[in-house]
Ligand binder design. Structure first.
Ligand code: IPM
Ligand code: MG
Length: 354
């Protein structure tokens, strides 16, 4: 089979991690007899520089015409004061493709347990949960603007969620919970926010269609604390766009590095989009030290979720796990005990195990 993948290298470390994932996909293609063809879809700061737009229409078209989208990272200090920010491309492409569901698996590799800042007694039962983040609604997409307020010029961003938006992301989470351990935690701030009250009501209504799943609710502030105190108790965590953004960075720290965490974003139609949860890391861009695992694991999610290539996805995941258990480490997780590998060396070690 031939699969057409739109590729967004983006900014900072983006090109380095995307190159790593493309090499891994090429290796998978060779072993399993598929061809993956890549079409560049420039977005972010580099697109601002080249086209004056963070999200050129031609890139949206390229993405829409592909079977799947692989994205590195966008943004950087160079565009901090640009009239349009690179991040608009990311939000824009998620919206343009209708990618309302974002899965962020959080898994502690036992060999990397030392990279986790958690005490051994907290992590000894392992960490393995998935954050289901709503991705095209809420405060990141709500009405925003400036107005005059009691304290002078005021800026505002509106958090709003519609029932249909909540229902469809809740169904995604319940279906995932059915396939896992049948426990779902919905995280909100229903003690304060009306949008969270509606969220909670709709999630409980949807729960009636999934009688085998045990549903719990937690306020987001408490969830942040419990994730650190007892991360092993979490399984599927359903939450809004902003809470999911924040909690997933927190979660990545629990497992040792944000450079390990992949994500998949999908909607009702194809294509879906796959990207690491981390950003463009301008401080280490070009140094060849970025951890490619988050992006490579995102490519594995693509193989499974976009192309239904389960054996191929497992081959990548196992190769990553094997490389890690064999002691291969990039700088972010090397600690004092390992000599850090470069991005390219780490990628080669993974490919050698596919
Ligand atoms: C993420 C990122 C993005 C987000 C930023 C870069 C706009 O933090 O994917 O988590 O907030 O969604
Ligand atoms: Mg984020």
């Amino acid at each position: 089979m031939n699969y057409k993948i739109a590729v967004v290298e983006g900014d900072g470390v983006g090109p380095e991690i995307v190159a790593a994932a493309k090499d891994v996909l090429a290796a998978v293609g060779k072993r399993f007899k598929h061809t993956f063809t890549f079409a560049d879809a420039p977005m972010g700061g580099c697109a601002i520089d080249k086209f004056g737009e963070p999200l050129p229409q031609s890139s949206v078209d390229t993405a829409k015409a592909s079977d799947s989208v692989l994205l590195g990272a966008v943004g950087g200090p160079k565009w901090d004061y640009a009239p349009k920010r690179p991040e608009e491309a990311l939000l824009g492409i998620r919206k343009a493709l209708g990618l309302f569901a974002n899965l962020r698996p959080v898994k502690l590799y036992k060999e990397l347990a030392d990279a986790s800042p958690l005490a051994e007694r907290v992590r000894e039962n392992g960490i393995d949960f998935v954050i289901v983040r709503e991705l095209t609604g809420g405060i990141y997409f709500g009405e925003k603007g400036y107005r005059n307020g009691a304290y002078g010029r005021e800026a505002y961003d509106v958090e709003a969620y519609g029932e249909i938006e909540i229902e469809r992301i809740a169904r995604t989470a319940f279906e995932l919970a059915e396939k896992r351990n049948k426990r779902l935690l919905s995280v909100d701030k229903a003690n304060v926010l009306l949008s969270s009250k509606l969220w909670r009501k709709v999630v409980h209504d949807v729960a009636e269609d999934y009688p085998t799943v045990v549903l719990d609710d937690m306020y987001v502030d408490n969830a942040a604390m419990q994730l650190i105190r007892r991360p092993s108790d979490f399984d599927v965590v359903l939450t809004s766009n902003m809470f999911g953004d924040i909690l997933s960075d927190l979660a990545s720290a629990l497992v040792g590095s944000i450079g390990l965490m992949p994500s998949a974003s999908f909607g009702v139609a194809n294509p879906a989009l796959f990207e690491p949860i981390h950003g463009s890391a301008p401080d280490i861009a070009g140094t060849g030290t970025v951890n490619p695992v988050a992006t490579i694991m995102s490519a594995a999610m693509m193989l499974r979720l976009s192309f239904n290539l389960n054996a191929e996805a497992a081959a990548v995941e196992n190769a990553v796990a094997k490389a890690i258990s064999d002691g291969c480490r990039t700088k972010d997780v090397a600690g004092k005990t390992h000599t850090p590998l470069s991005t390219e060396q780490m990628t080669r070690e993974i490919i050698a195990r596919i």
